[in-house]
Design a protein around this ligand. Structure first.
Ligand SMILES: [Zn+2]
Length: 368
């Protein structure tokens, strides 16, 4: 298994194409072709995490936050990023990041937070739109299974927990080949009428080229006809923040105590009516305050996120209880998810590579 192989495992679940366009997710440093001997997973890339990797003989670090985000103008021991990068290169340790692509993926940062807090019926707070295209093609009956299988293998036809989702309708196709044509059915220069099946399916936008390529290879026609259509479908796979329900409604005070316990933090900042009963909970790991209106619209009694400004607390008054549980604290649960995600992918390919969570804490914020 190479470093790039691990990147592919991560991006199967959290495709880079769904990341924020100004993000820098994926390989941060190192040789993508290097053979991986062991993996250490942390929330942040720091010098201490690199030292732990070296000590534990791991030559790949996977973090949620990227090391290279804003352009570096120099690599010197004067900056934290410079020291970390120098240590990575000196010890031949590669660094991969899964950042906003992991935030926006089902099972990603906010889902991990929901699991830590014990929510049920978890779904996206703001689903991604226009990530799906529809592909329509026309196939002779004898080739339908082949074409559908090839398109499904290339990533078409996945809806939630279902794959191989296609719709088929029968019809008649007509064509006339010119003198240079070599038609699979009929003869060039003649009006042909053939029995065909129209196949419709959905595909993530970034998989369209590979699905069309598979379609062309499996289709018996010299010039298969197909349409690629935009959709306004609401994605079940990609979005921002989550909303779910508590197993039992509790008062706000009790809820805050449970959040502190689940996230292992001694302090929270919050605003809200102490008498409020909390049942429906919206969450966003990291800086998610811009989703507050979505949390209100989803009927949530409370919204837990991080980096909430003073004015955002004011704006939420009378609408929803707002809780700032810390950037590190609300994102840390995803480290365990990353270990599980990579572990599951490795087991299918190369089960001998150790993958563990770093024991070094990377939270720079202390509470007095
Ligand atoms: Zn973050």
């Amino acid at each position: 298994m190479t470093v790039d192989g691990v990147r592919k495992i991560l991006e199967e679940k959290a495709p880079r194409q769904i990341a924020w366009e100004r993000d820098n997710t994926g390989l941060q440093s190192g040789d993508p072709g290097a053979r991986v001997r062991g993996i250490l997973v942390a929330l942040d890339p720091t010098e201490a995490v690199v030292a732990e990797a070296v000590r534990r003989k791991r030559n790949l670090i996977v973090t949620h936050h990227p090391l290279l985000f804003r352009p570096l103008t120099s690599v010197t021991p004067r900056s934290a990023a410079g020291r970390c990068l120098t240590a990575l290169l000196a010890h031949d340790v590669a660094l991969l990041a899964a950042h906003t692509n992991l935030d926006f993926a089902s099972g990603g940062t906010s889902f991990a937070l929901a699991e830590a807090i014990g929510l049920a019926d978890v779904r996206f707070l703001r689903s991604a739109m226009q990530v799906q295209k529809k592909i329509v093609t026309f196939v002779p009956p004898a080739a339908v299974e082949n074409v559908c299988d090839a398109m499904a293998d290339a990533g078409a036809g996945v809806i939630g927990n279902y794959d191989h989702c296609f719709f088929r309708t029968e019809g008649t196709g007509t064509f006339r080949g010119n003198a240079s044509a070599t038609p699979a059915v009929g003869r060039a220069g003649r009006h042909e009428r053939v029995h065909e099946i129209k196949i419709e399916t959905v595909v993530p936008a970034w998989k369209v080229p590979q699905v069309i390529d598979a379609l062309r290879r499996a289709h018996p026609y010299e010039e298969p006809a197909f349409d690629i259509l935009p959709t306004d479908n609401i994605s079940t796979e990609y979005g921002q923040g989550v909303v779910g329900t508590l197993p039992r409604p509790v008062g706000l005070r009790l809820f805050l105590r449970a959040v502190k316990r689940s996230l292992g933090t001694g302090a929270l900042r919050y605003a809200g009516d102490e008498r409020a009963v909390i049942r429906r909970v919206a969450l966003c790991g990291g800086s998610g305050a811009d989703l507050t209106d979505d949390a209100v619209a989803a009927g949530a009694d409370v919204f837990v996120t991080a980096d909430i400004t003073y004015h955002a607390f004011h704006a939420a008054a009378g609408k929803i209880a707002l809780v700032d549980a810390g950037h590190f604290e609300t994102e840390f649960p995803v480290v365990r998810s990353l270990v599980r995600m990579i572990g599951a992918g490795l087991r299918r390919r190369d089960g001998t590579i150790p993958v563990h969570q770093a024991t070094t804490s990377t939270n720079p914020v202390l509470y007095a």
